[in-house]
Design a protein around this ligand. Structure first.
Ligand code: NBG
Length: 886
């Protein structure tokens, strides 16, 4: 193994601080190095004098005196129509009314935001920073109105102005700043933190274009840019907070005033990060924050001034483009982002701006650096923000002049890391030559960290060179790579997986060597959760009202285990009828959406069988559609009487495939080709319909989730870290058909084995089966073989298109074990049919599903993060105190 050469180590003496990176900062205090700050700076004194007056002025302002009666709400909407949008009542479109309404609502949030943030600022509690490249927020207006208990009043207000609130809500564009579960989890966690009054901020990127918009043409996915900011977006607030982030350049050794040698990272290539704050409505006047960074050219820096002076404008602005481009697009998560320099620059841009901002905030209070871990907790949402680790080390050592070891102690007590996948292709690695070019100083720091880490491993396990190779942050491949997940583990005090099985696999497989070295305590499980506010209270008003009526109050929203009190009603026929009437109404609503969106009429009395999630081989939408073909063939062979005994089904798919993921895109094509045939087969009629809902996103999910009878979560065992849509469906009384994988397992434990349809290979059998397949080939299930024969015979159009897909089963060794699980899957689907015919038994299970879901509230998850990882004492919040147990 090549051992890295240490760059420079140990006691870096304190220097005259360099703060070149920080250029403009938020509000009051000018950022000055702690040692040079006079004890009572003049500008602070001045502020104190006027502070009260500002407070009084605000209390007198229209912002603080907002009334919530219908006439006042109408006045505020009309005001914004004229003052914010510069329109009059003679020029009203729904979208404009939506925007005026959103402004009116945002005013109320703003006030809460200011009060909450002022309180934090004054109390200075330990704060949590959730670093995530993705926040899949979904629409804001409905959520905000419900959080502030203003929906009914606004409904009346807009009605009096000639509009229906539901129509206006549909005008809002989803900010799709995420790919799927990981980004939506971040949004649910911000929502929970806001509800719990936990001082947590999200940090992320404000992509100009979110995840692409998907349409389907001739059955194929077609991507278009998601220009979500095309229209004014009233839910973000640009701030005068800016930091410069540098790239490339070189590392120089310089002498400081004391004649000591120091390393400096120098570069002329800078891009400016500007902050946009997104309020997160909480409860009782509390409002959280997500700070998103957008890229801009630095002051003057982007211009070629010589060219500018000569009037050569084209040339002078050429490099401006680069700066704006940096945060223009969200990368879809496929295998192609690895190695992309722009993605690496996005990651660094994001963490550098965020860490600078946090350091700036910390320094306001003039605490010693040793206090940093008592005031700051960083949570890394997957490996994407891992560069924050060497970045903080760099700032502490190079800029703040701390000794290396002191700095590292602070870093490792501050960071914690959540792993969200065990799939090797999703674990980020960066080629060293890219890292060295883009971030030369960070590469040196990583080498040093690695060296010191390996030395310690060697001390503990002397002579085990293989082990050193295995745990090295630098992978000795060609080209050499930085293993970001390993860097995250080494730089964090806690590593967690997102469901029990996943966390077990994280320790047993992914980080086994690390758990031997660090001990098991560093590796914990915190099972994911979902926001009951968005995913039940908001998405399913019918069920919400029934639950509230039955339980006597809305307290269950903040205390989800109270849902258990529904269980005694499971066998009550009247309650079952009310329950299923709500499900039916939700299905009718989805039916209308399907008609408008796909031009397809489906019967809401049919069994709605839904699989909506990103398209990926491990999630096995392929298994689902193969099962549909099997069902189609069986139905065709049946007599009309026999067919009538099978409950009619509507099989609904939705989800985007990464643009470069050819196989996933072929599955979309196959689904649509099957739909074409099945939906137009007169023999089949309404017995089976297949729907592919294009452009699946959060707001569509809110319509789909409450309308499922069955939803499918059928990943190959051991591949789905958790899944969160499974939780959303079950809490809405949808049963699930799933594999023994991810959070399905804990859902089973909570709701009871009888209320879930599980099937298939277990995680600990997968390796053996794959091994056997390698030697003996794949023995295709007979039913599956005839399904494949039908595809290859051209029943669903040009068969040759599908060859690469079929090859994944036959020549590819069936890595995802579709053939292995096919028979069990079909049998379980038959069980689903049989139960659906027994209306009362089905209803009872549906009720028990909801009743058992108390554990899966995001409030529980965030509570666990707070107490087990961040050591933020939730109950002591609000008066500013925090535990300092770490
Ligand atoms: C995803 C997993 C899901 C999990 C979410 C949230 C990534 C890398 N991982 O199973 O695939 O529910 O994270 O934890 O997107």
């Amino acid at each position: 193994m090549t051992r890295p050469t240490p760059q420079r180590r140990l006691s870096m003496p304190k220097l005259t601080r360099r703060l070149t990176n920080i250029v403009i900062h938020d509000d009051d205090l000018e950022l000055v190095p702690a040692s040079t700050v006079p004890s009572t700076p003049t500008h602070e004194k001045l502020q104190d004098e006027y502070l009260d007056q500002w407070g009084k002025a605000l209390e007198q302002s229209p912002l603080a005196n907002q009334q919530t009666d219908v006439a006042s709400l109408q006045a505020s909407i009309a005001y914004h129509m004229n003052a914010s949008l510069f329109r009059t009542q003679h020029n009203l479109e729904k979208v404009a009314v939506y925007q005026a309404l959103a402004h009116s609502m945002a005013d109320k949030l703003l006030l809460d935001w200011n009060r909450t943030q002022q309180r934090y600022r004054k109390d200075n509690p330990k704060r949590v920073y959730y670093l995530s490249m993705e926040f899949l927020l979904g629409r804001a207006l409905d959520n905000a109105m419900l959080a502030l208990h203003m929906k009914t009043a606004y409904q009346e207000a807009v009605q009096g102005l000639g509009f229906r609130l539901e129509d206006l809500l549909e005008q809002e564009r989803d900010p799709a700043l995420g790919n799927g579960g990981l980004g939506r989890l971040a949004a649910c966690y911000m929502d929970a933190a806001a509800a719990l009054d936990l001082p947590m901020w999200g940090y992320g990127l404000r992509y100009q274009y979110g995840l692409f918009r998907q349409s389907v043409q001739q059955g194929f996915q077609v991507e278009a840019p998601d220009d979500w900011l095309m229209r004014h977006h009233p839910w973000e607030f640009p701030r005068d907070i800016k930091y410069d982030v540098q790239f490339y350049g070189y590392v120089a050794t310089k002498m400081n005033d004391k004649g000591e040698s120091r390393l400096f990272w120098e570069s002329d290539h800078k891009i400016r990060a500007v902050a946009y704050d997104v309020p997160v409505p909480g409860k009782d006047g509390f409002c959280g924050n997500i700070r998103l960074w957008a890229s801009q050219p630095p002051h003057h820096g982007g211009f070629d001034l010589d060219a500018f002076n000569q009037g050569n404008y084209d040339q002078s602005i050429a490099s401006l483009k680069d700066a704006f481009l940096l945060t223009s697009v969200l990368y879809p998560n496929d295998n192609h982002q690895a190695g992309k320099e722009l993605r690496l620059k996005q990651e660094y841009f994001f963490v550098s701006a965020s860490v600078q901002d946090v350091v700036h905030r910390f320094k306001r209070y003039r605490c010693p650096w040793s206090e940093f871990p008592n005031k700051v907790a960083f949570q890394l949402n997957d490996t994407h923000p891992t560069l924050a680790i060497p970045e903080l080390q760099r700032i502490l050592v190079d800029v703040e002049g701390l000794a290396w070891d002191d700095a590292w102690d602070i870093v490792t007590r501050t960071f914690a890391f959540t792993n969200h996948t065990v799939l090797p292709e999703a674990l980020e690695k960066w080629p060293i030559y890219v890292m060295e070019k883009v971030l030369p100083r960070h590469m040196q720091i990583i080498y040093d960290l690695n060296l010191f880490f390996l030395q310690k491993v060697e001390e503990k396990f002397p002579g085990d060179r293989d082990l050193l190779n295995r745990v090295s942050i630098i992978e000795e491949a060609s080209p050499q790579q930085v293993r970001m997940a390993f860097l995250a583990v080494v730089g964090s005090h806690s590593v967690n997986g997102v469901a029990a099985l996943h966390s077990e696999l994280v320790v047993k497989e992914l980080f086994n060597d690390f758990s031997l070295y660090y001990g098991k305590d560093k590796f914990i499980n915190i099972t994911n959760g979902i926001s009951p506010r968005r995913w039940l209270y908001q998405a399913n008003p019918g069920l919400r009202d029934l639950i509230t009526h039955t339980l006597g109050s809305e307290d269950w929203v903040a205390d989800l285990p109270q849902l258990q009190k529904l269980a005694p009603f499971a066998d009550n026929l009247e309650f079952q009828q009310q329950w299923m009437a709500i499900k039916y109404a939700n299905k009718v609503r989805l039916t209308q959406w399907i008609r408008d969106d796909c031009g397809l009429t489906v019967d809401p009395r049919a069994l709605f069988d839904i699989q909506v999630k990103r398209m990926h081989e491990y999630k096995r939408q392929f298994l689902n559609i193969l099962g549909v073909i099997h069902r189609y063939r069986v139905l065709l062979q049946m007599s009309p009487e026999a067919r009538r005994r099978v409950p009619p089904r509507v099989v609904i798919f939705g989800g985007k495939a990464a643009p470069g993921y050819a196989i996933a895109k072929l599955v979309i094509k196959l689904i649509n080709s099957v739909a074409d045939v099945v939906n137009n087969d007169p023999v089949i009629d309404d017995h089976l319909k297949v729907v592919y809902l294009p452009d699946y996103n959060v707001s569509l999910a809110e319509k789909i989730v409450p309308a499922s009878d069955i939803s499918q979560h059928i990943s190959t065992a051991g591949t789905e870290a958790s899944g969160t849509s499974n939780m959303k469906f079950v809490i809405n009384g949808g049963l699930i058909l799933g594999t023994v994988d991810g959070a399905n397992i804990e859902i089973r434990d909570e709701i009871g084995e009888d209320n879930i349809f599980l099937f298939g290979t277990l995680a600990d059998q997968v390796a053996d089966i794959r091994h056997a397949q390698k030697y003996h080939g794949v023995l295709l299930d007979a039913n599956l073989q005839s399904v494949l024969d039908a595809i290859q015979a051209g029943v669903f159009g040009d068969a040759s298109i599908f060859n690469p897909l079929i090859d994944t089963l036959t020549y590819g060794g069936d890595f995802y074990l579709i053939s292995e699980d096919f028979d069990a899957y079909i049998k379980r689907q038959n069980d689903v049919d049989a139960l659906f015919l027994q209306k009362a038994a089905w209803a009872a299970k549906s009720i028990r599903c909801t009743a058992g879901m108390g554990f899966f509230s995001s409030d529980r998850s965030i509570g666990q993060y707070a107490s087990r990882i961040w050591k933020v004492d939730k109950t002591a919040l609000g008066n500013g105190s925090t535990s300092t147990a770490d």
